[in-house]
Structure formats: structure tokens, C-alpha cells
Design a protein around this ligand. Structure first.
Ligand SMILES: [Zn+2]
Length: 308
């Protein structure tokens, strides 16, 4: 009888563990498709953004962010066992180049920290993983709420930004100090006196865009991704605090909460800026500058022609 009880309880333990997805141990990312078939699809995220293959689309307009800069707001924040998540008010929204409006729901972070050198962004650029990646999850405003939108083919949009270590960013001080209050999964706190727009990169105009999925189960393939070209700067100390402040369900420090990059398959990544691989200082280049360069080239050609 005892043996049977043990077998039965082991079975239940196993079943329980299978439902809780993880990045390592338990239902690991390679096994996600077993429980969540979409995770094995052809339009998965994150991906490696290969700049030489990105298609420049001069008709892509900048994103229009509404309500992001509102002050005197309170934002609930939770440790959900996978990441730190901040609830965003529906007064915050994002309109894309097509004029589709998406309402903000929540923002969360993906970081590394597994060892002192590990970065934790989900998207990589030319194979390089950035230190931290922030996701702002939105749903299409034509649906009543997230639950209604989450399974629709045009349901979701995520605005992503990278963090790199550089110097102390005082706009992140209160967020980082609040992490101590949500050390354990399920704990919540409230963020006061923060301005979400201040927590974003300075340049909100230049972005990569492609069709992908949620990067966590159920990996639904209905996400329009917007990855900002510019990054947020934090100090190394601030990065270390984000990486080492919160624990997972196993009472271990939450490290390396990112999914590996997925195959691009038939998809094309577009950007509203040009990439010049041979330029010494890489960075965003506007269409105007591109045209100016073209003009200059023409002039040069003319000169050469006149001489010859
Ligand atoms: Zn995410």
C-alpha cells in the first residue's frame, strides 16, 4: 500500500512539475512544445536580429506612445516567480505605423546573472546578447480586454528595449529599491513617483519590427514585435541589483530568465532606419540622412564625370 501511495504521489508531483514551465529544470524550454504546441511553431520569438538582413522600410512611421509620460501614477509590481512584472494602466497605449492602437497591460524584465558575465536579453543583435531586455505587453484596442485579444491573430504587440551598463540611471532608483519588497514569488508592492517614459531609451523613433510570438508559454504566434534600436543605460551596480534581488518558486535567486533565439524561417525583419556596416560609429540613421548621402554621391559622380 505504501508503495502504491508513493507511486501515486510521485505521479501527481510529476504532473504538477510538468505544468510549471521553466528555463532550466522541470518543463525546460526544449520541452515547452510538449505541453504548449505553439512553442514549436514557425513564427516564434525571440530571434537574432541580423542587421545585414534587416529590410529598411522608409514608410514605417515612428510609434506613437500615449500616456507613457504621465506622472503621479501608482503601478502595482509583482514577483511572479519568472520575472518582475509591473501592471500598466489602460490609459497607456501605443499606435503603430499602420494606425493600429494597442493598449498597455504590463511590463516585465528578462535578465541573466547566472554567472558574473552572463547577459540576459531575449533578442540578440548580430548574435550579441544584451544585458537586460524589457517587454511592454499590449493588446489590440479593437478587443475589449487582454483575455479576448490573447488568442486573436492580430491580438498582441510588444515593445522591447535593451538595457546596457554604462552609468547610474536615477530614473531606475525607486524601481530597484522596491525589488527588496518582492523577494519571494507572489509578493507585491507599489511603485510611486516613476515616469515610465523616463525608463525607456531616449530615442523612441528607431525600431526593428517583425511578426512573432510570446516568448513564454503558451508562445502564441500573434505578437507584433517592436524592438527599439537605442538602449537604456544603467550602472553595473544597478544591473547587479536587478539580477540578484528576487527568488523563484524553488527559493533560488532568479537568474537567466530568457528563452533562446528561435529560427526566423520565412519571416522578414523590417526597420525604419538604415544600417551602415562599414561606418565607424554605428547608430540610427534617418531616411533624410540617407537621401543626403545619396545626393552627395551623385555630386561626386558628376565631378568625376566632368574631369574624365
Ligand atoms: Zn517577456
Amino acid at each position: 500500500m505504501r508503495a502504491l501511495v508513493t507511486v501515486v504521489s510521485l505521479f501527481f508531483l510529476g504532473a504538477q512539475a510538468q505544468h510549471e514551465w521553466t528555463y532550466s529544470g522541470g518543463l525546460e524550454e526544449e520541452q515547452w512544445p510538449l505541453e504548449y504546441p505553439s512553442c514549436g511553431g514557425q513564427k516564434q520569438s525571440p530571434i537574432d536580429l541580423q542587421r545585414r538582413k534587416v529590410q529598411f522600410n522608409p514608410y514605417l512611421k515612428p510609434l506613437n506612445l500615449t500616456g507613457y509620460g504621465e506622472e503621479d501614477m501608482e503601478f502595482p509590481m509583482i514577483n511572479n516567480g519568472h520575472t518582475v512584472q509591473i501592471t500598466l494602466p489602460p490609459t497607456m497605449s501605443m499606435t503603430d505605423s499602420d494606425g493600429t492602437r494597442y493598449i498597455a497591460l504590463q511590463m516585465h524584465y528578462h535578465w541573466g546573472g547566472g554567472s558574473s558575465e552572463v547577459s540576459g536579453s531575449e533578442h540578440t543583435i548580430d548574435g550579441i546578447r544584451r544585458v537586460i531586455e524589457i517587454h511592454f505587453v499590449h493588446y489590440n484596442a479593437k478587443y475589449a480586454n487582454y483575455d479576448e485579444a490573447k488568442d486573436k491573430s492580430d491580438g498582441l504587440a510588444v515593445l522591447a528595449a535593451f538595457i546596457q551598463d554604462y552609468a547610474e540611471n536615477t530614473y531606475y532608483s525607486s524601481f530597484i529599491s522596491e525589488l527588496a519588497n518582492i523577494q519571494y514569488p507572489g509578493q507585491t508592492t507599489t511603485l510611486n513617483g516613476i515616469d515610465i517614459q523616463d525608463m525607456l531609451p531616449g530615442d523612441l523613433y528607431h525600431y526593428y519590427t517583425y511578426s512573432g510570438s510570446l516568448t513564454t508559454p503558451p508562445c502564441t504566434e500573434n505578437v507584433k514585435w517592436f524592438v527599439l534600436e537605442d538602449s537604456i543605460k544603467l550602472s553595473r551596480t544597478q544591473v547587479l541589483k536587478i539580477e540578484n534581488s528576487v527568488k523563484n518558486h524553488n527559493n533560488e535567486t532568479l537568474h537567466n530568465g530568457y528563452r533562446k533565439t528561435q529560427p526566423l524561417h520565412q519571416r522578414v525583419v523590417e526597420a525604419n532606419f538604415l544600417y551602415f556596416p562599414n561606418k565607424r560609429q554605428p547608430g540610427p540613421h534617418s531616411f533624410e540622412r540617407y537621401l543626403l548621402k545619396k545626393k552627395k554621391k551623385k555630386k561626386k559622380k558628376k565631378k568625376v564625370g566632368a574631369r574624365g
